[in-house]
Design a protein around this ligand. Structure first.
Ligand code: GLV
Ligand code: MG
Length: 367
């Protein structure tokens, strides 16, 4: 802590008189798919009430992908949709415009009084450092106090600038409002001067090639050799996951722009899931199904995790299961899986049926 920092004792104090007290823990609410919609598009907006209950998070997007001429219509459209819809178990998020844009002040001063009681999370794009979070934190506290809200609105930052990546830990720890981070591969690629032109996903040029075969000790450089595409986003996602875990908040993949390539989309989402992310964005209804599948532990994994939990008794020592050693640390991994399955089963009746069909001492093996 530097001499100028706030005392840790003050970290959970409201930043404005009358603002709701910050949460001490960020609730682990299912958020496998954050489905983006443009509230200025009447066709899209009309579908939102029917999507309640079919997706974990609905996000009214005000930033990129909304034309400058439609910014006001998007903001007002979101207010109208939120006021007229009962979201039940589905969370309502929004992505506001960038902090240096001409629209963001009106975004916040309109949305918080009008629909602050319905908004769970505000996604802030192009975050560069803790100072951006501090700005939003104080402004939200003032607006919440003025609107008489009794529950704080949480903040989610998009990691999409090189400086943001360099400051990722301080961004996650900048406010008790911080709920999580998403990868913003399109803006991040531009900011880093990466030589890609895509929204998320891999690139065929980013690869490793196997060594040439050797004949009589001499490398045959003419022989054909297998290549393996590498993941451009591995480093950033891994950093993001560690920063989020260290601050008790959640990491998400982001947009996958090639809507037609559902296979590569599923692969990217699964890499993120395996590395520790809890969800991703959906830019098209068909990506919701992919996200829900990938970010829900498989029945086989849950069956295995429950077997380990049952076999480990008080959780100490080691046991052998199917020829593999299980101990305190593998038990902890299995508990992550079991707890996630329980949270998801609570909101997803179809998944609950599948998980309930597994007995605690099931003999199902890992796939
Ligand atoms: C998302 O906002 C991105 O820039 O990828
Ligand atoms: Mg972006």
């Amino acid at each position: 802590m530097t001499a100028a920092s706030r005392s840790p004792k003050d970290f959970f104090r409201p930043l404005a008189l009358g603002a709701p007290a910050p949460l001490r823990e960020i609730p682990a609410r299912p958020s496998r798919a954050i489905h983006f919609f443009d509230p200025s598009n009447p066709k899209m907006a009309a579908k939102i009430p029917d999507m309640v209950g079919t997706v974990d998070v609905l996000l009214g997007n005000l930033e990129d992908a909304v034309k400058a001429d439609n910014k006001e219509a998007a903001r007002n459209g979101l207010v109208e949709i939120a006021q007229g819809t009962d979201f039940g178990p589905t969370q309502l998020w929004t992505r506001i415009n960038a902090l240096d844009s001409p629209w963001v002040l009106d975004d916040l001063t309109t949305l918080v009084p009008a629909i602050g009681d319905k908004l769970d999370v505000i996604m802030v794009p192009k975050v560069q450092g803790a100072e951006d979070i501090h700005y939003v934190d104080r402004l939200l506290a003032q607006l919440e106090a003025k609107a008489g809200l009794d529950k704080p609105i949480l903040v989610h930052a998009i990691l999409e600038t090189a400086r943001g990546v360099a400051n990722v830990e301080e961004i996650c720890g900048a406010s008790p409002r911080m709920q999580g981070l998403s990868l913003g591969p399109a803006d991040l690629a531009a900011d880093r001067r990466m030589k890609t032109t895509r929204v998320g996903g891999g690139h065929p040029g980013y690869l490793v090639r196997e060594d040439p075969p050797r004949v009589g000790g001499v490398a045959n450089l003419e022989a054909s050799r297998a290549t393996y595409q590498q993941d451009l986003w591995h480093y950033t996602i891994a950093r993001m996951v560690d920063a989020c875990a260290m601050h008790g908040i959640y990491a998400y993949y982001g947009p996958f722009g090639d809507i037609s390539d559902t296979t590569a989309c599923e692969d990217q989402f699964r890499n993120a899931f395996l590395l520790g992310c809890v969800g991703t964005w959906s830019l098209h209804p068909k990506q919701i199904a992919i996200a829900n599948k990938v970010f829900s532990p498989s029945v086989e994994d849950v069956a295995h995790a429950r077997r380990v939990v049952a076999a480990m008794g008080d959780g100490t020592g080691a046991v052998m299961l199917d020829g593999k050693m299980e101990d305190d640390a593998s038990l902890k991994q299995c508990l992550v899986m079991v707890e996630l399955a329980e949270q998801l089963a609570a909101v997803d009746p179809e998944l609950k049926k599948q998980y309930d069909a597994i007995g605690a001492d099931s003999d199902e093996q890992e796939a």
